[in-house]
Design a protein. Structure first.
Length: 111
């Protein structure tokens, strides 16, 4: 594992957002959803996420997630993905979303 300096970590904008809308990304080669995430003062941002193994669209709406907000936007399967929704791979290589056990304000930054 490579070590980094604290200043490197401070450059990453990790913020809390609430998923407001989720729909299948019909153009994706691997199953994915298009998410609209409310990031408070940063506004509503779009993300394409391969998280279909553990989640369906209905259960995602209203869920709070941790997003990387300062990557450059990237076009993924016809979607302008503006944020990266974070998660961890389980033992079967399926993404489990990072989340919180208490409600937080949209846009709150990871401390």
């Amino acid at each position: 594992m490579q070590t980094i300096e604290w200043q490197d970590f401070e450059k990453v904008e990790l913020r809390v957002g609430t998923i407001r809308n989720a729909r299948p990304n019909e153009k994706a080669l691997k199953p994915a959803y298009v998410l609209e995430v409310d990031l408070g003062e940063l506004g509503i941002k779009t993300s394409s996420a391969q998280i279909t193994a553990h989640y369906d669209c209905d259960t995602l709406v209203g869920r709070q997630v941790l997003c990387v907000c300062n990557f450059a936007p990237k076009r993924i399967a016809g979607v302008r993905s503006e944020v990266l929704v974070t998660g961890v791979y389980d033992s079967e290589n399926r993404v489990v979303l990072a989340g919180f056990d208490q409600p937080l304000p949209n846009g709150a930054r990871l401390a």
